[in-house]
Write a protein that binds this ligand. Structure first.
Ligand SMILES: [Cu+2]
Length: 355
C-alpha cells in the first residue's frame, strides 16, 4: 500500500472513530436517562445568534464595501455626456436602497431578539391596521415612481435624442461574432451601406451588399476611434449568438441580438489623452468589451477605443482603406452585378443593419 492510500484510509478511519465516540456518548446519556440539553433555552440561543449574525454581517458588509469601492468602475468619472446623469441615477437608487435595507433589517433583527418567547409573555394578536397599510403602500409607490421616472427620462434621452443630436451624429456599426468585434465606419458619404447575412461570401464576412454604392467607401477598422464632443450613433448587430458591446467608461451597454439590429446614442466627453492625465496613467486605454458570456473565447472580445479631437479623428479616418477596394483586389475577376439586387433586402427588412 502506498503512502497516498494509507493517508486516505487514516482520514476515513478518524472520521469513523469520531462518529463512534459521539454515538457511544449518546448511548450512555440515554441509558443513564440524562438530558444534556435540559437547561438549554433554544429561543434565547436563537435570539442571540440572530443578533450575532446581524452584527457580524453588518461589519462584514461595511468592510467589504470599503475594500471594493475604490476598485469599482462606477467610481470613475464618466467619459460621456449621458454618463453623468446615469451615474446620478445610479447613486440616487443606491442611496435609497441602502437606507431601506439598513432600516428594515435593523428593525427585523431587533424584533427577533427583543420579542423572543419569554415565560409569561403572550403574543399580541394584531391582524390589521389600515393606516399602516396605506403608509407602506403609498410611500414605496411614490419613491419607486420617482426612481422609475428618472430612468425612463434617461432611457428616452439615450434611445431617442433630439433631432439636432441625431443630425450631428456620426454612424458606427459594431458587429459581434464568436469571438471578435467588427467595426464599420461609413466613408466619405457618411452613410453605412446595406448589409445582410445573405451577402456573406469569402472575405466579405459582414455581408456588405456591393450593389449598394454606399458600401463602396465603408471602412472596417480594428480600433474604435471617436471624435470628442460629437454624438455617436452606434448600430449593433450580431452574426451568431447574443453579445453585448460595452464601453464601460462611457456607460454604454446594449445587447447585440442576432436578427434584430439594436442601437445606442452617446457623446464621448473626455479624450483618451485627457483621461490619461486624470488617471495619472500614461498607458490608459478606453476599451470595448463583450458583457454577455458568448462562448469559450468570450474574453477575446475586446477592442481599444480611442477618443480624440475632430482633426485627429479625421486624419485617422482618411488613412483607412475602404473594404470594397481591398475586397476587389483580393477578387480581381469579381462580377460586380452578381451579388443580388438591392430590392430583395426590403423583404427581409429586419436583418439589414441600416435604416
Ligand atoms: Cu461576445
Amino acid at each position: 500500500m502506498d503512502a497516498q492510500s494509507l493517508l486516505s484510509l487514516t482520514k476515513w478511519l478518524l472520521v469513523f472513530i469520531f462518529f463512534l465516540v459521539i454515538y457511544s456518548m449518546a448511548l450512555v446519556l440515554r441509558l443513564k436517562k440524562i438530558d444534556p440539553f435540559k437547561e438549554w433555552n433554544p429561543t434565547k440561543i436563537n435570539g442571540g445568534l440572530m443578533m450575532l449574525f446581524f452584527i457580524v454581517g453588518t461589519i462584514a458588509a461595511v468592510w467589504s464595501s470599503a475594500y471594493w469601492f475604490p476598485k469599482f468602475a462606477l467610481v470613475l468619472d464618466p467619459a460621456s455626456e449621458h454618463g453623468v446623469s446615469l451615474d446620478r441615477m445610479f447613486w440616487r437608487t443606491m442611496i435609497v436602497s441602502i437606507a431601506v435595507v439598513v432600516v428594515t433589517h435593523t428593525i427585523l433583527f431587533y424584533f427577533l431578539w427583543r420579542y423572543q418567547d419569554r415565560p409569561g409573555q403572550k403574543a399580541l394578536y394584531y391582524p390589521h391596521n389600515n393606516k399602516l397599510e396605506v403608509i407602506w403602500t403609498v410611500v414605496p409607490a411614490i419613491v419607486m415612481t420617482i426612481l422609475i421616472a428618472d430612468g425612463v427620462r434617461n432611457w428616452h434621452d439615450i434611445m431617442d435624442p433630439d433631432e439636432a443630436t441625431k443630425e450631428a451624429s456620426i454612424d458606427v456599426e459594431l458587429t459581434g461574432r464568436q469571438f471578435q468585434w467588427d467595426i464599420r465606419y461609413p466613408g466619405v458619404d457618411k452613410e453605412l451601406g446595406q448589409a445582410h447575412v445573405k451577402y456573406i461570401s469569402g472575405a466579405n464576412t459582414l455581408g456588405l451588399n456591393f450593389d449598394d454604392v454606399k458600401t463602396h467607401d465603408d471602412i472596417l477598422a480594428t480600433e474604435l476611434h471617436l471624435p470628442v464632443g460629437v454624438p455617436v450613433h452606434v448600430h449593433i448587430r450580431s452574426m451568431d449568438v447574443l453579445h453585448s458591446p460595452t464601453l464601460m467608461q462611457f456607460r454604454v451597454k446594449m445587447d447585440a441580438v442576432p436578427g434584430m439590429p439594436t442601437n445606442f446614442y452617446f457623446t464621448p466627453s473626455v479624450t483618451t489623452k485627457e483621461m490619461r492625465e486624470i488617471k495619472g496613467d500614461p498607458e490608459f486605454e478606453y476599451e470595448m468589451s463583450c458583457q454577455q458570456i458568448c462562448g469559450g473565447a468570450h474574453y477575446n472580445m475586446r477592442r481599444v477605443v480611442v477618443v480624440e479631437t475632430m482633426e485627429e479623428y479625421q486624419k485617422w479616418l482618411s488613412e483607412q482603406k475602404a473594404f470594397y477596394t481591398t475586397f476587389k483586389e483580393m477578387n480581381p475577376g469579381m462580377d460586380e452585378g452578381k451579388t443580388a439586387d438591392a430590392g430583395d433586402i426590403k423583404e427581409i427588412g429586419t436583418l439589414t443593419s441600416t435604416n
